[in-house]
Design a protein around this ligand. Structure first.
Ligand code: NAD
Length: 248
């Protein structure tokens, strides 16, 4: 028997849900009662992540979000397997950092087609069903870098700022059909993505964060769960920074 909860009876897709922030989001949604479809590039890791979630019925699906056809097929498979999707968390993201003058075409296009194109592909794939059922919540994981920029991350910052435009446009377009769309913009969070920063850089970073610490994946996941759920019913088109006060 599926446990009741604020998201009981709902099916949620989390892209890049096999580790880091995505895994924490999948965990928070599962604890709130949702059945979670964990999407990731690595099928084995995604399966292990789905198996470790609270409750039953969760499943893993391999999907490259940068591939529009794969997104359409995966959403169809998720809906056949788990039921209609009412929550989508666009979390999959990559970095390919380089200074502007050295940034290669592939570094630019891979980041934009994964971080921004992936969210577009997945949003388009789920939105018809959500609109028909007049119920849905989409949460995009952007970044404070999309708000304030960062040297060496022109591609990443542009992709995340693009997500903010996508979020607001989808929010306006789908609001009358009962579908909300918001973004969470994390600051520096302890995951594989930030593991390479080193102790010195991390200490310097902390000086720029009013709450004096890096964030934990759970700090982001709690806000995503809130935005996905009924308590956020009157919130759409918002970009919520979860950054210890860094970007204010
Ligand atoms: P991570 O590298 O630990 O995890 C990223 C996940 O995305 C992985 O599961 C990976 O398999 C998946 N992924 C990558 N490319 C994919 C593709 N083409 N198709 C499907 N899945 C793909 O990163 P994280 O730190 O957990 O970051 C998660 C999200 O949060 C990203 O969008 C990232 O930009 C954003 N973010 C992270 C931080 C941070 O400090 N860690 C800060 C701001 C924003």
């Amino acid at each position: 028997m599926k446990e009741a909860g604020e998201l009981g009876g709902q099916v949620a897709i989390v892209t890049g849900g096999s580790r880091g922030i995505g895994l924490a989001v999948a965990g928070a949604l599962a604890r709130a009662g949702a059945t979670v479809a964990v999407l990731a590039l690595d099928e084995e890791r995604a399966a292990a992540a789905a198996a470790g979630l609270a409750g039953e019925g969760h499943a893993a699906f391999p999907c490259d979000v940068a591939d529009p056809g794969a997104c359409k097929r995966t959403v169809r498979t998720v809906e056949k397997t788990l039921g209609p999707v009412s929550i989508l968390v666009n979390n999959a993201g990559i970095t390919r950092d380089n200074i502007l003058l050295r940034m290669r075409d592939d570094e630019w296009s891979e980041v934009v087609s994964t971080n921004l194109g992936g969210a577009f592909n997945m949003t388009r794939a789920v939105s018809r069903g959500m609109m028909k059922r007049r119920h849905g919540s989409i949460v995009n994981i952007s970044s404070v870098i999309g708000l304030i920029g960062n040297p060496g991350q022109a591609n990443y910052a542009a992709s995340k700022a693009g997500l903010h435009g996508l979020t607001r446009s989808v929010a306006r377009e789908l609001a009358s059909r009962g579908v909300r769309c918001n973004a969470v913009a994390p600051g520096f969070i302890t995951t594989d993505m930030t593991a390479e920063l080193g102790e010195e850089v991390t200490e310097e970073l902390k000086k720029r964060i009013p709450l004096s610490r890096l964030g934990e994946p759970g700090d982001v996941a709690d806000v995503v769960r809130f935005l996905a759920g009924p308590e956020a019913r009157y919130i759409t088109g918002q970009i919520i920074a979860v950054d210890g006060g860094m970007a204010m």
